[in-house]
Design a protein. Structure first.
Length: 293
């Protein structure tokens, strides 16, 4: 099976690529940005024409919320236009396998109730441009290719070399013994990228209905409570004191990015909560711990 993955020079797609390449039955097609530029329909069509992928995991994007705000036209062209062009190609070329693409828990950024678990069917009013682009992509792709799955990803982490993330930031705060504030009026989860890659493979080979999926772990407490649990794990992993490093704080307005798990569990995918996911990451990627300074 030939699976096209976009964005493989980036964080998530490079992890998903490595995970899928462990399976000898899968051939991963991993074009660079120059080889497949998602802002060009001609580029997308030329790639499909030449390589005829059986399935597609689209992870290329302008993923930085601030960058989207700085460069509205380009980010819309990539973040909404990209999935739409690829869905158009998948339909036109009769791609038989699944089309999975990245959306974001930011689509829930309008939820002001810090106790709420957001469901896929909830009415949405996202607060930032990036999230509005993702939501529009979900809607337009569903109209073109109803079998496509939009994955509402939370803020993912791992320990491998690459950009900063939730867990790496905490590790640095432990090493520097620098306290960090975490909101008591915020509900959200963070998930190890390794779990997300495994979940994508499961979904890829499932007969789950198309549509939008909450694709990250459950929130088991507010952000401060979660951070205390993760710091405890890091204290053990690093052999350093962690007491008092998580400081309770408050957002000016409460919010919840927390994702209800019912739909994703109904297709056989069960994500761990943030602390459990961090524990698994620390176990599987312990070799990288010393490199994080
Ligand atoms: N990271 C997270 O925690 C997180 C959370 C929620 C959702 N997401 C979503 O998950 C997906 C992956 O995120 P990420 O953090 O892995 O992103 P990333 O590290 O910023 O990587 C983005 C990738 O997209 C490529 N790209 C950008 N514009 C392109 C274009 N016009 N044509 C082809 N490729 C292009 C980049 O290639 P070049 O560098 O060569 O330009 C890079 O490989 C994104 O859709 C993001 O919005 C991520």
């Amino acid at each position: 099976m030939k699976i096209l993955i976009t964005g493989t020079s980036g964080f998530l797609a490079s992890r998903v690529r490595a995970y899928l390449e462990e399976d000898a039955a899968i051939e991963v097609l991993a074009p660079s940005h120059a080889e497949l530029d998602v802002i060009s329909l001609d580029s997308c069509k030329a790639y499909f024409d030449r390589h005829r992928p059986d399935a597609l995991i689209h992870l290329a994007a302008i993923s930085d919320i601030a960058e989207c705000a700085r460069n509205e036209a380009l980010s819309r062209d990539v973040n909404t236009g990209g999935p739409v062009r690829l869905a158009t190609c998948a339909k036109e070329y009769g791609m038989t396998g699944r089309f999975l693409f990245a959306s974001s828990d930011q689509v829930y950024s309008g939820t002001k109730d810090a106790g709420r678990l957001n469901r896929e069917t909830d009415p949405l009013s996202p607060e930032n441009l990036y999230a509005r682009e993702k939501l529009e992509a979900e809607e337009r792709v569903a109209a073109i290719l109803p079998s496509a799955c939009a994955l509402r990803l939370d803020w993912m982490f791992d320990l491998k070399p690459g950009k900063a993330n939730y867990l790496k930031n905490m590790i640095r705060s432990v090493r520097e013994q620098r306290p960090v504030r975490y909101a008591v009026n915020e509900l959200r989860a963070q998930t190890w990228a390794g779990e997300v890659a495994a979940g994508m493979k499961t979904l890829l080979f499932s007969d789950a209905p198309g549509g939008s999926y909450n694709f990250g772990g459950p929130a088991s407490g507010n952000s401060y409570e979660t951070a205390v649990r993760v710091y405890d794990l890091l204290g053990e992993a690093l052999g350093m004191p962690v007491r008092g490093l998580a400081v309770p704080g408050e957002l000016p307005v409460p919010r919840s990015l927390a994702m209800d798990q019912e739909k994703i569990r109904s297709v056989g995918i069960r994500f761990r909560d943030t602390a459990e996911s961090a524990a698994l990451c620390l176990e599987k990627e312990a070799a990288y711990l010393d490199d994080i300074r």
